[in-house]
Design a binder for this molecule. Structure first.
Ligand SMILES: [Zn+2]
Length: 226
């Protein structure tokens, strides 16, 4: 990713982008999916089907209030052994969220997850901020709550992408993984404000996973971070 020096300064301090962080350079890939579950449950189900078929575990950064609408997806992700990550309850940009409100949202999301999964230990230990912003007051809350950052080593903007862009994103991901020798990456399984057709994502993910396996990459989770 080529960015201006001022942008680089901003990204390093005030975002979740950590280009040099684990698992970059290790040949491992951490897959994460933001903003789900999809309003069309078939998309989220198909993603979980692909991961089950390929025996790959991923991190799901579901939005709290969407979990409430699609509890069966969240329950299945947990049952399938995937890793649930805090992505707040409301998906409000964090610079607009006061620390007290953020703590409240973390608590709400944890309660939702415990109720849906019927598991007292399913509450996330990792945090992915909405839109990737990480202002200092948020970093402080994350640290005080004892949470780890679900960082990214590179980022692509597939939020608004429909089927036409599938190959472009696939090729971009392959190149980024090769360049970084692995990495922590994100796909968006749902578009948060305007409905976007995401039916392209599960088959594209399967092509990506099969390519990565054939190239010798291994899949890992934030839970395995050193
Ligand atoms: Zn998001």
């Amino acid at each position: 990713m080529r960015v201006h020096r001022a942008n680089r300064w901003f990204l390093k301090r005030w975002s979740i982008l950590r280009e040099q962080a684990w698992p970059a350079g290790t040949g491992q890939i951490v897959l994460s999916f933001d903003d789900g579950p999809n309003r069309e449950e078939a998309v989220s189900e198909a993603l979980l089907d692909v991961l089950a078929e390929e025996e790959v575990q991923a991190s799901f950064c579901y939005v709290g209030k969407l979990m409430e609408r699609h509890p069966s997806i969240v329950a299945r992700a947990h049952r399938d052994g995937h890793h649930l990550v805090f992505h707040t309850d409301s998906h409000t940009p964090l610079p607009l969220l006061f620390p007290g409100r953020l703590r409240q949202e973390l608590q709400q999301t944890a309660t939702r997850i415990e109720e849906i999964t019927q598991s007292a230990t399913a509450a996330p230990r990792h945090f992915r901020s909405p839109y990737g912003f990480l202002p200092p007051q948020v970093s402080r809350v994350i640290e005080e709550e004892g949470l780890e950052l679900a960082h990214l080593t590179f980022f692509q903007t597939d939020v608004w992408s429909g089927p036409f862009w599938a190959d472009l994103h696939l090729n971009w991901m392959k190149r980024a993984v090769q360049r970084h020798q692995g990495g922590a990456l994100v796909f968006h399984e749902n578009s948060f404000l305007i409905p976007i057709n995401k039916h392209w994502l599960p088959p594209t993910l399967q092509r990506f996973i099969r390519w990565a396996k054939a190239e010798g990459y291994a899949f890992s989770s934030y839970r395995d971070a050193a």
